[in-house]
Design a protein around this ligand. Structure first.
Ligand code: ADP
Length: 218
């Protein structure tokens, strides 16, 4: 299964990808995660990406495409993959098409996760990540006391949560604008290829997972 999850920041691409990884045993390829790892390591690529990410702009296509080419060349992608946060503009989508044609692995589906603008802003405001295990939680939707009971699988201690630097209000507004202007056109692009499926991505995690499974089965 080779799929793309398409959706605005906060639409749940990362969370739903992780669930698909568990169910289908294929890797999640998140350009955001790959870029954040490069920034954390302080590589040249990370330094080049950092400024755009902090400002909520897209990182240059050649950087992102280089990372994707390398990642799709790894052997764990042979049985399929989930692209999360890529492609994000038409140039990236066309380059992906060409790359997948070259390696003889065309996409099976592109699923669009639809979430209303107000809900996106709310989800992003509550989003926190554990600096040890990377788990992403939402303070606004977690049942009371749930987090206190949980232990980080890496440290055995309570999670150490931080807010992503680009999850502040000004940067989020810019990321949502970029999504509208550059990523939304991909909906028509993939519809034209007969690959597009759309789901309502509001509601609890289980409900959205079930809709996603249904969209992929159909
Ligand atoms: P979100 O989907 O919540 O915005 P991501 O983790 O996917 O978060 O992306 C974070 C940032 O990383 C983006 O705002 C952008 O700067 C950069 N980025 C991620 N994927 C891409 C991409 N495919 N092309 C260009 N920049 C990207």
């Amino acid at each position: 299964m080779r799929i793309v999850l398409l959706g605005a920041p906060g639409s749940g691409k990362g969370t739903q990808s992780q669930r698909l990884v568990e169910r289908h045993h294929i890797p999640q390829i998140s350009t955001g995660d790959l870029l954040r790892a490069a920034v954390a390591k302080g590589t040249l690529l990370g330094l080049q990406a950092q400024e755009a990410m902090a400002a909520g702009r897209l990182v240059a296509d050649e950087i992102v495409l280089g990372m994707i080419r390398e990642r799709l060349g790894e052997s764990d992608t042979r049985e399929g993959f989930i692209l999360d946060g890529f492609p994000r503009n038409l140039a990236q989508a066309r380059a992906l098409d060409e790359l997948l044609r070259t390696i003889g692995q065309p996409l099976d589906a592109v699923v669009q996760l639809n979430v209303d603008y107000g809900e996106l802003s709310r989800r992003i405001a509550g989003r926190r990540t554990c600096s040890d295990c990377g788990r992403v939680v939402n303070l606004l939707t977690l049942p009371a006391g749930a987090l206190e009971q949980e232990r980080c699988p890496k440290t055995g201690q309570p999670h150490r949560l931080f807010q992503r630097p680009d999850d502040n209000e000004a940067t989020v507004a810019q990321r949502l604008r970029v999504y509208d202007e550059q990523t939304c056109p991909l909906v028509d692009y993939f519809r034209g290829q007969g690959l597009l499926r759309s789901i309502d991505a509001e509601g609890d995690l289980e409900t959205v997972s079930a809709r996603l499974a249904q969209a992929l089965a159909g």
